[in-house]
Ligand binder design. Structure first.
Ligand code: PXL
Length: 256
């Protein structure tokens, strides 16, 4: 059985974070492992508190796992702190990890900060250069690229070019928050690829970014090429959105 590792935060409501990643891996027949960067206190109304893993703990978890298991791909989600960014970066180097997908989570859907401000510089300098694919949404792409307003496909292309310069092999900017069809833009060695899917009107939705990047990571673990992994992940998430349901008392939709 192929294996994938998720390095991310815990969402006790199980729609995003580690829990969503492991459920997504399972749907693709992948054995999921995880290392937890932070514990959120959250329900369907949003994140209330975050407790970060104590310094040294995240690396310890990853190291002990990888001394035993070998993994075919890695997904990195919420990291929370600068120390955790550096721990993930060190692990990639020490264990020569391949097929690393980085979802540069910065805020929760409800606006809670999920990466400290001082974590952004090491994310750019140390982590992005070691990733196969980075999957920012519009807000994260704006923060990373320094392009203030990303409101069109042209702006998304410009941001993708800037972020690719930081050293990732591929950049997938998710257009979920731009008007029109939900076009995601992939930029890599071969230039631009556009992934167009009709927008499905169900909001607010929890966990979309986590599940998409985990599904891509699952595809890579199955040795699929990157464009096929992204296409299948988009199809997967579209099916989930069609069947999305509300679990808690708020109006938030859950996908998995
Ligand atoms: O969707 C971003 C995200 C990632 N990881 C964790 C989260 C959230 C959003 O709430 O809680 C742990």
């Amino acid at each position: 059985m192929k294996k994938a590792l998720s390095i991310a935060g815990s969402d006790p409501s199980c729609g995003a974070g580690i829990q969503a990643d492991i459920k997504t891996f399972a749907r693709f027949g992948i054995y999921g492992l995880c290392a937890i960067s932070a514990y959120t206190v959250q329900n369907s109304t949003g994140v209330k508190e975050v407790l970060h893993a104590p310094e040294g703990r995240l690396y310890n978890e990853i190291e002990y796992l990888l001394r035993d298991f070998s993994v075919n791909s890695v997904k990195i989600g919420m990291l929370g702190t600068k120390e955790n960014v550096l721990a993930a970066s060190r692990a990639i180097t020490e264990f020569r990890l391949k097929n690393v997908v980085l979802d540069p989570v910065m805020f929760s859907t409800s606006g809670f900060r999920l990466l400290n401000k001082d974590g952004i510089a090491p994310l750019i300098d140390k982590l992005i250069p070691k990733t196969l694919l980075i999957t920012p949404n519009i807000l994260e792409a704006s923060i990373l690229s320094g392009i203030k307003e990303i409101t069109s496909k042209k702006d998304m292309e410009k941001a993708a070019v800037e972020i690719k310069k930081m050293g990732a092999d591929y950049v997938l900017i998710k257009g979920g928050h731009v008007k029109g069809n939900a076009t995601d833009i992939l930029y890599g060695r071969e230039g631009f690829t556009f992934f167009d899917l009709p927008r499905i009107k169900k909001t607010p939705i929890h966990g979309t970014g986590c599940i998409l990047s985990a599904a891509i990571t699952a595809g890579l673990a199955l040795c699929n090429p990157i464009d096929k992994s992204i296409n299948e992940a988009k199809t997967f998430i579209t099916q989930l959105i069609k069947k999305a349901s509300r679990h808690g008392r708020s109006n938030t939709y859950y996908l998995i």
